[in-house]
Design a protein around this ligand. Structure first.
Ligand code: C2E
Ligand code: MG
Ligand code: MG
Ligand code: MG
Length: 286
C-alpha cells in the first residue's frame, strides 16, 4: 500500500522501518549483555489490602538502567525481549530475584508475603522444563508455591494451546497463584476465567483512572468485583492514585489495591524501609 502512494512515501516508510529494526536489534544485543550485569533491577510496588491497609504482597517490575539511554521502560524492551527469545532468560532471572526477595521479606516482615511476577505469553512457549526447575528452586529456598504469583494477560488465554493450559495447571498445582492482569482491556470473556481457573483478577488502570461516584467506570468495576467474588476470585485494582478512588473501590468490595496513592514501584531497599516503617506505626497504634 505504501508503494502505491508514491516513491517518496515508500522510501520514507522503508527507512523508518529500517531504523526501527536497527534500533531494536541494538537494544536486543545490549539487553543480552545487560542480563549478566547490574543494569537490570527489580522494583517492587506494594499491593495493599483495602480494608486493613496492610501491604501483604508486591508486584515485581523490571527496570533497565542503560549506560547511555538511561532508564528504558519495560513497555519498550519487553517486546524486543519477546521477539528475540531473550524473554525466556529474562523471565528466569526475574523469577530467581523475586524468589530470593520473597524469602527475605517472609523471614523479616511477614511469613505470608507474596511477590507477583509478570509472565508474557511467549514465556509459555518455552519447551524447557521451567516449572519443575522453578518449583525445585522454591523448595531449595524453603518457600511454598504461595510465595510467588504469576501475572498473565488475556492474550495468553485467547490462543491457549494445550501446552499453555497444562503449564497454568502445573503452576496452580504447585500453589503458585495465577492473576489475570490488565483485565477489561482485551477480550475479557467470562468463559476464559471459568475455563482457566485463575486466582485473581487485576482490574486495568484505565477503569480506575477516572473513577467517580455514579460513573460508568464504577459500574464496570462493581460488576467485575461481584462476578469475580461469585467465582471465588480475589480482585486487585491497579493504578489507584486518589483517596476517592480507593474509597469507591473499597465500598464496592474490592480486595486489594495498587497504585501511586500507596507507592509507586520502589528499589528493594526503599521497599524494605516502607515495610519497616509500616510495622513501627502499627506498633505505635497498638
Ligand atoms: P503491568 O504489569 O500492568 O504493571 C503496572 C504498570 O503500571 C507498571 O508500569 C507500574 O509502574 C504502573 N503503575 C502502577 N501504579 C500506577 C499509578 O498509580 N499510576 C500510573 N500512571 N501508573 C502506575 P511499568 O513498571 O512501566 O511496567 C509496564 C509493563 O511492563 C507492565 O504492566 C508489564 O506488562 C510489563 N513488565 C514489567 N516488568 C516485567 C517483567 O519482569 N516481565 C514481563 N514479561 N513484563 C514486565
Ligand atoms: Mg502486572
Ligand atoms: Mg496491569
Ligand atoms: Mg500491562
Amino acid at each position: 500500500a505504501a508503494k502505491e502512494q508514491g516513491r517518496n512515501c515508500y522510501r520514507y516508510f522503508t527507512s523508518s522501518m529500517q531504523e526501527k529494526a536497527l534500533y531494536r536489534r541494538q537494544l536486543a544485543n545490549e539487553l543480552r549483555l545487560a542480563l549478566n550485569s547490574s543494569q537490570l533491577q527489580l522494583h517492587y510496588q506494594p499491593i495493599v489490602e483495602l480494608t486493613t491497609g496492610n501491604m501483604t504482597k508486591a508486584e515485581a517490575l523490571i527496570r533497565w538502567c542503560h549506560p547511555t539511554l538511561g532508564m528504558v521502560s519495560p513497555a519498550e524492551f519487553i517486546p524486543v525481549a519477546e521477539e528475540t527469545g531473550i524473554v525466556i532468560g529474562l523471565g528466569d532471572w526475574v523469577f530467581h530475584q523475586a524468589a530470593q526477595q520473597a524469602a527475605r521479606w517472609r523471614t523479616l516482615h511477614d511469613p505470608e508475603f507474596q511477590i507477583s511476577i509478570n509472565k508474557s505469553p511467549l514465556q509459555f512457549r518455552d519447551k524447557g522444563n521451567d516449572i519443575s526447575r522453578w518449583i525445585d528452586h522454591l523448595r531449595a529456598l524453603g518457600l511454598p508455591g504461595q510465595a510467588i504469583a504469576i501475572e498473565i494477560t488475556e492474550g495468553l488465554l485467547l490462543d491457549a494451546s494445550k501446552a499453555v493450559t497444562d503449564k497454568l495447571l502445573e503452576f496452580r498445582d504447585a500453589g503458585i497463584e495465577v492473576s489475570l492482569d490488565d483485565f477489561g482491556t482485551g477480550y475479557s470473556s467470562l468463559s476464559y476465567i471459568k475455563k482457566f481457573d485463575v486466582d485473581n483478577i487485576k482490574i486495568d488502570q484505565s477503569f480506575v483512572r477516572s473513577l467517580k461516584a455514579g460513573s460508568e467506570d464504577l459500574a464496570v468495576c462493581e460488576a467485575i468485583i461481584v462476578m469475580a467474588h461469585k467465582l471465588g476470585l480475589k480482585v486487585v485494582a491497579e493504578g489507584i492514585e486518589t483517596n476517592e478512588q480507593r474509597a469507591l473501590l473499597a465500598a464496592a468490595g474490592c480486595d486489594y489495591g495498587q497504585g501511586s496513592l500507596f507507592s509507586m514501584p520502589l528499589p528493594e531497599e526503599e521497599f524494605s524501609a516502607l515495610l519497616s516503617s509500616k510495622e513501627v506505626t502499627e506498633e505505635v497504634a497498638i
